[in-house]
Design a protein around this ligand. Structure first.
Ligand code: BGC
Length: 505
């Protein structure tokens, strides 16, 4: 062999060796990165664990906090707001009533016609309209002639007027038309037809509204646009849902919303509402809006992702339960986990993933789509990552890990919501434990219907399954038979119109 050939051979061997070393190095790096991602997943699973025992602690804490919130204003993070709804529709209502549902980026106007026969909603018409974003989260940066909240209410009043005119129907008898106004934010009520806004939630903030009576704002706006309509009932969406479910099934004792935000209400005995001594109602009960989104307990399985999300939110230390459960936040929690995995473990390789770094870029419906991907090669996961977050070419193994993250976050949310529901049942002595007094109940348990509405429960099958399963797990199979989780449709709006009718009986 000539010298040149020998040198070439040595050179080739060195190059081959370098390539092999690089390949081995790459494999080692990948394995290490994967190890870090797997460790982050294990840490998440540990932090978000919801054993039955843990859920039972949450149940007890919910019941205790409800009790404290009923004892005094400020006695708990649970506001336990009185609604002054003391009788619920039962099917004997008649006439034409309107509903207005404001609680998210859309609002809905509807008309309900109640017939002669019991349980007959003869006709109902719903119209959904988006609210310009600037009216819901803005201050007066854009040049509006009026303060922004007046603009908002006038915008809505005009839409209600157009709806009424299009429908061309008369009123519900003599005098102004009757409206049930569903306003899905916490309000302090002194009567069923008025309420002072305590705070906004779900990312909304409209300057000038907190501390004001939202029913009056609306009535004044309706007067201004020339619409003869009166707010007969101002209700939370949970209360509307309870009303509609009760209209169809009188065993309804509570209602829960799990959508963009989350909350629950239930029927309480007036003598248990200690903070309002001497409260008298003909039924002996009143619907209480728990505002459970603000529930907090040290038993909640909180992870560093939840802590960071809260710290960076505009309503820090507020709505802690909602931030672990509702549609506004689940996607954001998953995004934070994936972002950390991409930074610390190179989950998506070395290419930058700018969208993943953007808060709220991963929305909860995307989490549901990935979580429920039944295809063997997780095609939907690949599509969502590509179309939604511009992350391309993600290997199957990584896609599987993404699904695991979605599962951990959504499962925790569903199970916590289940614990909240059982907490309410416990507070009213319907969980089979004998309530606060303790001691097992004797005899067949009474049937309890809990109405549920909201995209997470209604439109996300895995979430619903996890929630249903956890309710049975906590209550035990036998007791769970007496608890019916009943999906209502359009309850928040139709229920408010029904309540408007109940109040004019
Ligand atoms: C609000 C509640 C509402 C719930 C569901 C929460 O953010 O505070 O009043 O019922 O969302 O819409």
């Amino acid at each position: 062999m000539g010298r040149a050939a020998a040198a070439a051979a040595v050179g080739g061997a060195v190059a081959a060796c370098a390539v092999a070393t690089w390949l081995v190095g790459r494999r080692v790096r990948r394995r290490r990165r994967w190890g870090r991602a797997a460790a982050a997943l294990r840490e998440l699973e540990g932090g978000a664990a919801t054993s039955t025992a843990r859920l039972r602690q949450v149940v007890d804490a919910m019941a205790v906090e409800m009790h404290a919130g009923l004892a005094s204003d400020g006695g708990s993070k649970l506001k336990m707001l009185l609604t002054f709804v003391d009788s619920l529709p039962d099917g004997s209502e008649k006439g034409t009533f309107y509903g207005l549902d404001l609680g998210g980026t859309n609002f809905r106007v509807l008309r309900v016609e109640l017939g002669e026969t019991k349980s007959a909603i003869v006709d109902s018409r719903v119209e959904t309209q988006p609210i310009p974003r600037v009216l819901l989260s803005g201050s007066n940066e854009v040049d509006f002639p009026l303060p922004i909240f007046l603009e908002l209410f006038e915008f809505i009043a005009r839409a209600v007027k157009a709806f009424v005119e299009k429908e061309g129907k008369g009123d519900s008898g003599d005098g102004p038309r009757r409206l049930g106004f569903t306003f899905s934010f916490p309000v302090h009520q002194k009567s069923v037809s008025s309420g002072i806004l305590i705070k906004w939630s779900k990312g909304f903030a409209v300057e000038g509204t907190v501390g004001g009576d939202v029913a009056r704002f609306l009535e004044e706006a309706m007067l201004k646009v020339g619409l003869d309509m009166k707010v007969s009932a101002l209700v939370n969406d949970t209360v509307g849902t309870l009303a509609l479910s009760h209209y169809h099934d009188e065993d309804t004792v509570a209602a829960v919303i799990i959508g963009t935000g989350t909350n629950a209400c239930y029927v309480e005995r007036t003598d248990a509402i200690i903070k309002c001594q001497g409260l008298l109602t003909s039924s002996g009960g009143m619907v209480v809006n728990i505002e459970w989104g603000n529930f907090w307990s040290s038993h909640l399985p909180r992870t560093p992702y939840d802590v960071e999300l809260d710290e960076e939110s505009p309503n820090k230390n507020d709505q802690g339960f909602e931030k672990m459960i509702s549609g506004m936040y689940l996607g954001e929690i998953v995004r934070r986990v994936l972002w950390r995995m991409s930074q610390e473990a190179g989950l998506f390789g070395d290419a930058p993933v700018p969208l993943l770094a953007t808060p709220f870029s991963l929305r909860t419906p995307m989490v549901a789509e990935m979580h429920e991907d039944g295809s063997p090669d997780l095609r939907e996961v690949a599509r969502v990552l590509e179309e939604g977050l511009q992350i391309r070419g993600v290997p199957l193994k990584t896609r599987r890990l993404v699904v695991r993250v979605c599962d951990v976050v959504s499962r925790r949310a569903a199970r916590l919501a289940a614990a909240g529901i059982v907490g309410i049942l416990k507070k009213i002595g319907r969980d089979g434990s004998g309530g606060f007094a303790g001691g097992r109940m004797k005899g067949k348990p009474r049937r309890s219907v809990v109405a549920i509405e909201g995209g997470l429960y209604v439109g996300y099958g895995m979430f619903r399954e996890y929630l249903d399963e956890a309710v049975s797990e906590i209550l035990g199979e036998e007791m769970a038979q007496s608890v019916v989780l009943r999906v209502t449709e359009d309850g928040s709006g139709v229920g408010a119109a029904l309540l408007a009718s109940t109040l004019v009986r």
